[in-house]
Design a protein around this ligand. Structure first.
Ligand SMILES: Nc1ncnc2c1ncn2[C@@H]1O[C@H](COP(=O)(O)OP(=O)(O)OP(=O)(O)O)[C@@H](O)[C@H]1O
Ligand SMILES: [Mg+2]
Length: 416
């Protein structure tokens, strides 16, 4: 990379990422460059095109076996306009190894929204000072560096994560409770390539709300970009659940936006998440449609959630028969009996007999669940000792153990 097209950029080895500044105004570039001097001598470019050109130049002295490095691009205030955001978006959407920060003259909600939509990780005000800028750069840089390491590692190239669906053809049985808590529980076990959660209930999805994650970028944004040739760009759209390290792709806020996502796009998004992570958990809508069928077909584990009442059990029975008929879900169904201790006449044995399968994961009815929902915190974090949280933790242990057993049987297959 070059300094205004001339001197080579000195990239200090103690940072996991490189920093460059982009702004048409020379004095803005100098000001930002000085504030970021601790990152070596940040490369400086008048526009995104000049930056791309310099990145395309192969450095003959570079070590080809060196691990890939992420780059934080700090855009100046003259980039905070429609034309600038367009350039930024093109850049962030095509280069998963780039993370963006923007410095704006004055922070407004509209500007912030535009920036987030363009894939900018953090926005800071011009008069916010050096510290705020460096903090923003650190934050997005470390996140991007983590992802680049994962995407770029040799094992990442050949391994595919495990896809776990939380599904039922009945509404309100606890699918989202299982999906969110299982995903958080898996993420907290720190599998090497991480865990992500996707909300496939595009109309009424509430994963974002349940985990307190703002839906800045959703499945709809990811679907719009997924046709680009870059396979791993989905990472740009994932929000971070700070408490667990889980990556989350929420459903759109507008239910009508659901129509914009085609089944093949949904599958492409999930496939690219599977390339990034060891586990991808998907929260599903309460019905069969083309997207659901496609995801059932590629799933590794289907957590079929039922509650302890006759309509739910009847519904599950029809669901199992439908999946059997289409021979899509065969041996991968696990029966999750939610609110298994509810004070109703049905008993677990009866349910198992009726469905012809073992209730592998019973989850008790637990006041801690609605309490955690109201706080927007996963129950496994909010109330880890509660019976419901313990049941989910056990589920995560079993799924990880199953996966490890499969990996042992086929070392070239799935990660442990
Ligand atoms: N084990 C449990 N104990 C107590 N309450 C529970 C339990 N599981 C779920 N609930 C409550 O039941 C309600 C429905 O749960 P959830 O939203 O997870 O269901 P869902 O199947 O995703 O619904 P939908 O079909 O609408 O997406 C929530 O209010 C949740 O708090
Ligand atoms: Mg739900």
């Amino acid at each position: 990379m070059t300094q205004d097209g001339t001197a080579a950029l000195s990239s200090p080895g103690n940072h996991r990422f490189e920093v460059v500044v982009v702004d048409p105004e020379q004095r803005n570039r100098m000001r930002m460059g000085m504030q970021l001097a601790s990152y070596g001598n940040p490369g400086s470019f008048p526009n995104a095109e000049a930056l791309i050109r310099s990145m395309d130049v192969v450095d003959p002295e570079a070590d080809p076996s060196a691990p890939p490095r992420a780059t934080v691009v700090v855009f100046g205030p003259e980039m905070a306009n429609a034309h600038g955001f367009e350039q930024i978006q093109r850049l962030t959407h095509h280069r998963p190894d780039l993370a963006a920060v923007i410095v704006v003259e004055e922070m407004t909600t509209t500007l912030l929204q535009q920036a987030m939509r363009a894939g900018v990780g953090e926005a800071v005000a011009l008069d916010g000072g050096e510290h705020a800028l460096r903090q923003a750069v650190e934050h997005v840089g470390n996140k991007a560096a983590g992802l680049v390491t994962r995407v770029g590692s040799p094992e990442a190239a050949q391994t595919r994560g495990r896809l776990i669906l939380s599904f039922s053809t009945k509404g309100g049985v606890g699918k989202s409770m299982v999906a969110t808590n299982l995903a958080v529980a898996l993420a907290r076990r720190n599998p090497p390539r991480g865990v992500s959660l996707i909300d496939c209930d595009l109309q009424f999805g509430d994963v974002g709300v349940l985990l307190g994650i703002p839906p800045t970028q959703t499945v709809v944004d990811a679907a719009a970009a997924i046709t680009f040739p870059d396979a791993d760009l989905v990472k740009v759209f994932l929000g971070l659940h700070e408490e667990s390290g889980l990556h989350v792709l929420p459903a759109p806020v507008e239910p009508s936006a659901a129509d914009q996502v085609r089944p093949e796009e949904m599958v492409a998004i999930v496939e690219s998440m599977l390339r990034l992570n060891d586990y991808v958990v998907a929260d599903m809508p309460p019905h069969f449609d083309d997207s659901v069928l496609a995801l059932l077909a590629i799933a590794d584990d289907v957590m079929l959630v039922a509650s302890m009442d006759i309509p739910s059990i009847k519904n599950v029975k029809i669901g199992i028969q439908t999946m059997d008929l289409m021979s899509i879900a065969g041996g991968k169904i696990h029966l999750v009996l939610n609110r298994a201790n509810a004070k109703v006449r049905l008993d677990v044995k009866e349910v198992e007999r009726s469905l012809g399968m073992e209730a592998e994961f019973p989850i008790p009815s637990d006041i801690a669940v609605p309490q955690s929902v109201n706080r927007g915190v996963a129950v496994v974090l909010d109330s880890p000792k509660s019976p419901a949280a313990r049941a989910i933790e056990k589920m995560a242990d079993v799924l990880i153990a199953n996966n490890a057993a499969l990996t042992a049987a086929d070392p070239n297959g799935r990660p442990g």
